[in-house]
Design a protein around this ligand. Sequence first.
Ligand code: SF4
Length: 89
Amino acid sequence: MTRTRTPSRSAAHRRRGPQLSVDPIACAAHGLCADLLPDHVGLDEWGYPILDHGRSSGPIGADQLPHARAAVSACPTLALRLDHPRDPS
Ligand code: SF4
């Protein structure tokens, strides 16, 4: 019988990386986030952001992190957030 090792929960969290989320109440459909982070943010027909998987994005890779931070900083209503998964302890 072969045993496979499963990664620890904290390792899985680290691998997931930060994720974007949008507060749909605060968002005013300016669309800046889609301009600054087109790989993770699209816009619906009214100009509201559509992230990778609905209300939160997939993990943001290291190569996209500067763009994600720029998009969060540029959001005029503070609706766009970059959340970092916490290690369970
Ligand atoms: S930049 Fe902010 S307010 Fe504008 S569409 Fe993106 S999340 Fe909404």
